[in-house]
Design a protein around this ligand. Structure first.
Ligand SMILES: [Zn+2]
Length: 192
C-alpha cells in the first residue's frame, strides 16, 4: 500500500512512527489499493480527509502529530478514511450495507477500538466515559473493546447502540469487583 509523505511530514517522521503507521495499515485491508498521503499537524491529535473529484476518490489524506502518537489516533484517522469512502460511494448501497461503518466521531471511535486490540493503547476521544476510566484506561481497555464489539452487533436491532454502550461504560466503575484485569486480555505492542 503506497504511502506518500508531505514534505512537512518527511522532515518530522520518525522511524518509530513510520513503523506504527505501517503496522496500523496492515489492519485496514479496505485501504490496500489506496494511496494514502500522510501529513503533519500540530493543532489536533489528527485529521482525515477524503477528496473526491468528479465523483471519484482523488486523494486520501491523514494528518498526525508525531510526538506521542498512539495507535488509537492512527486507527481513528484511518477509520475516518473508510467512513469517507463509504460516504462517497455512489453505488446506492451505502445505508443498506451492514458492513459499512456509519459516519460520526463516536462511530469512528467504536469501530476503531473494535478493529483490533492494537488500537486500544489509548482511550478514545469522543466516547463519553467516566473520568476514572480515562485515567486508568489500560485497566478498562479490553472490557471497553468487548462492549464496542457488542454494540456493533446490537446496532442492527437497537438504534440507540451508542447510548447503550455509553450507559454500559458508565456502570462499569461502580462494579470494580467484576472487572477482570484487562491487561491479561490485551497484549499491547508498545514500541519502546
Ligand atoms: Zn475524528
Amino acid at each position: 500500500m503506497p504511502i506518500r509523505l508531505t514534505p512537512q511530514m518527511k522532515q518530522r517522521l520518525t522511524r518509530r512512527t513510520m513503523e506504527m503507521l505501517q503496522r496500523s495499515l496492515s489492519y485496514f485491508p479496505e485501504l490496500t489499493d489506496a494511496q494514502i498521503t500522510i501529513g503533519y499537524t500540530r493543532k489536533h491529535l489528527g485529521s482525515a480527509t477524503v477528496i473526491y473529484r468528479k465523483g471519484v476518490v482523488s486523494s486520501l489524506i491523514i494528518r498526525l502529530r508525531v510526538r506521542k502518537v498512539t495507535y488509537q489516533t492512527i486507527g481513528h484517522e484511518l477509520t475516518h478514511l473508510i467512513q469517507g469512502l463509504a460516504y462517497g460511494d455512489s453505488s446506492g448501497a451505502r445505508s443498506a450495507d451492514p458492513q459499512k461503518i456509519p459516519s460520526g466521531e463516536k462511530q469512528c471511535d467504536i469501530w476503531t477500538l473494535a478493529r483490533d486490540p492494537l488500537f486500544c493503547d489509548d482511550a478514545p476521544t469522543y466516547l463519553k466515559m467516566p473520568r476514572i476510566m480515562r485515567e486508568h484506561w489500560s485497566d478498562y481497555a479490553g472490557l471497553v473493546r468487548d462492549l464496542c464489539l457488542a454494540a456493533i452487533e446490537r446496532r442492527h436491532i437497537h438504534r440507540q447502540y451508542i447510548r447503550w454502550l455509553e450507559d454500559e461504560m458508565a456502570k462499569m466503575p461502580r462494579a470494580p469487583g467484576q472487572i477482570t484485569p484487562a491487561t491479561a486480555q490485551l497484549t499491547l505492542p508498545f514500541a519502546t
